[in-house]
Design a protein around this ligand. Structure first.
Ligand code: ATP
Ligand code: MG
Length: 341
């Protein structure tokens, strides 16, 4: 279980993509991540859930410095070293990249088909110019950690199953001993039994090495199995944040309720009223808005929701929600006792 040291602190992070329609026309912005703040504790798994296009991958990629962020701050602090990604120098950026790694969604396209497993896994060490003997030893260690064998090292990605390829991807992320790992839909492309194996592997590695995970998924049943706390994202923002028990059993935002309602029956649900599955399209991220971004799709809306600024409220690291009506409405969650969670 995690201790309460904050290893990654994200404040009001924004990542806008500019979209220019034509010559001389005004630049529009896609607000893919629009003011996300969160704290990741050392050794915990923080889930990020939300529908397609809500900005999860953009957030993940911003956190591993694959995108230049538009504004906000990201501070990494492992006790020995504190790095503020925004004003980091080249050396600090390199250290940051070593400490915060990402595992991608698609084990089929994320591996280079032209290089064998050894070279794939060793590449980060080669980039960081480690000596040859160290590289060989580390590859051998890490390949065993993810449940592959030395004889796999000379083979090419096409000769592996999806689950094995994801293990190769994980080995590649682990090889430079990161502290934080962002898993972006790391098991979504795998079938259910292989998903369970990879989730168990990630959990075992966490128990052994105290990794901190940010686990991005659109699948509530996966999030439920691996996460300690959950951030629910909608249209570039976090709309609910809390422990897994709180968010799943007593959601405080209508969007979370809708997500939970879409989960195939995983327990004795309170079956009260109609299903809340969201209808309508996700909002246009290039449109600036003042009020709640879910307004058009929300069954609980009142006029004021459209004009009251959206704000994630509650005391720090408690159960937070961005719904201004949260104390007036009663939402349905899942009833799962803590042993089942
Ligand atoms: N490089 C880019 N240029 C312009 N727009 C982008 C870019 N990358 C993402 N977007 C837009 O930003 C929004 C968020 O995309 P993102 O990939 O972060 O969503 P996601 O939550 O990861 O979705 P999914 O569940 O489908 O993976 C989308 O509207 C997307 O079209
Ligand atoms: Mg994505």
């Amino acid at each position: 279980m995690h201790d309460e040291k904050v290893i990654l602190q994200v404040n009001d992070l924004k990542k806008y993509f500019s979209l220019r329609k034509g010559f001389l026309s005004e630049t529009k912005y896609i607000r893919a991540v629009d003011g996300v703040s969160l704290e990741l504790f050392k050794g915990e798994t923080l889930g990020i859930i939300g529908e397609s296009g809500c900005g999860k991958s953009t957030l993940g990629r911003s956190l591993v410095n694959l995108y230049n962020i538009t504004s906000g701050s990201v501070v990494y602090n492992d006790g020995d070293q504190k790095i503020n990604l925004i004003n980091a120098n080249e050396r600090e950026k390199k250290d940051y990249t070593k400490s915060v790694q990402i595992i991608f969604q698609d084990p089929f396209s994320s591996l280079n088909p032209r290089i064998n497993v050894f070279e794939t896994v060793a590449e980060p060490l080669i980039i960081h110019q480690y000596p040859k003997e160290v590289i060989e030893q580390k590859v051998s260690e890490v390949i065993a950690q993810v449940g592959l064998r030395d004889e796999h090292l000379r083979r090419y990605p096409h000769s592996f199953s999806g689950g094995q390829r994801q293990r190769i991807g994980i080995a590649r992320s682990l090889i430079i001993s990161p502290k934080v790992i962002i898993c972006d839909e790391a098991v979504s492309a795998l079938d259910v039994s292989v998903q369970a194996q990879i989730i168990n592997l990630l959990k075992e590695l966490q128990a052994r090495y105290n990794y901190s995970y940010i686990f991005i998924s659109h699948d509530m049943s996966v999030i439920r199995h691996i996460c300690d706390r959950i951030a629910v994202m909608y249209a570039g923002r976090i709309v609910e944040f809390g422990t897994k028990e709180k968010v799943l059993n007593s959601p405080r935002h209508p969007y979370t309720e809708a997500l939970l309602d879409a989960v195939p029956k995983i327990s004795n649900r309170r079956s009260k009223g109609k299903r809340k599955i969201l209808s309508g399209e996700p909002p246009d991220l290039s449109r600036e808005r003042i009020g709640c971004s879910m307004f058009e799709r929300c069954g609980y809306r009142i006029d004021a929701c459209q004009t009251t600024p959206m704000k994630l409220s509650g005391s720090r690291n408690q159960h937070l929600t961005a719904c201004m009506r949260t104390n007036e409405i009663e939402l349905n969650g899942l009833i799962i006792d803590s042993k089942q969670l």
